[in-house]
Design a protein around this ligand. Structure first.
Ligand SMILES: Cc1cc2nc3c(=O)[nH]c(=O)nc-3n(C[C@H](O)[C@H](O)[C@H](O)COP(=O)(O)OP(=O)(O)OC[C@H]3O[C@@H](n4cnc5c(N)ncnc54)[C@H](O)[C@@H]3O)c2cc1C
Length: 260
């Protein structure tokens, strides 16, 4: 099974986001592997452990997106490729999906592409299905379990997690899946993995290397970005001599406020 995992570098979720004049800033927050993509990497590793093959992690982004790729390598991916070019700046998901699909085409022999459910910063959740559309491969989204995988017969069956329950879906390979956090528990990188990743050479593919002569302007524009309105909150400490007394007062207060 040859697997490509698409990973994005995102700010740490603990970062305090500010928006000023439509410009978003995460301050000095560290950038990390998009948390949803850790599940994608973990699932690729588990499939490789069961069926063999190679895992390639790819990321489209600036030079520092290499850090996300290094984390994927430290977890156990075999190789990583950074896709970067100044002409990619400001791309929307239509453009990003075109570039990622061209990269997957260039890798050749891919059986399965795995995405996280969404990125924690832009959070559109559409990149995986758009890449599938561009490749002409089936898109299996919100996957909470891979129920069966037959590399010889080239088929996959998955459980999709929906609000109403789970749905069993099957398709031929190659296919594109996006995974939710219920699928697994991502492993911590091993010491050896971290050492290997720190020494790894990560090749860089540009627009020219992908044969993308023309990068279209984004169709989806972001004319403005607003921070959510400030919410005023009051804190009231409920006190009492015993836990029973505190609980009784808390219940009274919640009833007064019509919460219960
Ligand atoms: C400076 C800047 C300007 C932007 N301007 C616009 C704009 O004008 N209009 C607009 O629509 N968007 C804009 N974007 C957003 C950008 O297009 C999205 O970040 C990108 O399309 C991916 O979408 P997403 O982050 O919502 O990913 P999602 O679709 O939420 O991510 C799903 C999964 O796709 C994969 N993935 C996502 N991004 C990448 C990546 N780069 N490399 C590899 N895998 C990836 C990961 O597995 C991820 O879990 C801008 C972003 C930046 C940084």
């Amino acid at each position: 099974m040859n697997i490509v995992v698409c990973v994005k570098q995102t700010p740490d979720t603990a970062a305090i986001v500010t928006v000023e004049d439509g410009v978003v800033s995460w301050g000095d927050a560290p950038v990390v592997l998009n948390p949803w993509d850790e599940y994608a990497v973990e699932e690729a590793l588990r499939i490789k452990e069961a069926h063999g093959g190679e895992i390639t992690a790819i990321s489209l982004g600036p030079e520092d997106a290499k850090e996300a790729l290094k984390q994927a390598l430290a977890m156990g991916c075999d190789q990583a490729i950074l896709i970067s070019d100044p002409v990619f700046a400001g791309a929307d998901t239509l453009v990003v999906s075109k570039i990622l699909a061209a990269s997957i085409d260039k890798i050749e022999g891919t059986d399965l592409v795995i995405f996280g459910r969404a990125s924690v910063d832009s959070d559109t959740g559409v990149t995986g299905p758009q890449v599938a559309r561009r490749l002409g491969w089936p898109a299996l989204s919100l996957v909470a379990a891979i129920s069966s995988l037959d590399p010889e017969g080239k088929t996959i069956a998955v459980e999709r997690m929906l609000d109403e329950g789970r749905q069993l879906v099957s398709s031929p390979l190659p296919a594109v899946v996006s995974v939710v956090k219920e699928i697994n528990e991502p492993r911590y990188p091993s010491f050896m993995g971290i050492r290997k990743a720190s020494r790894a050479e990560i090749p860089l593919w540009t627009a020219a290397e992908l044969g993308l002569d023309e990068i279209s302007d984004p169709a989806v524009m972001w004319p403005d970005i607003m921070a959510p309105p400030k919410i005023e909150t009051e804190v009231e400490m409920i006190e009492g001599e015993t836990p029973e007394e505190i609980a009784a007062r808390l219940v009274d207060r919640l009833m007064e406020e019509k919460v219960i």
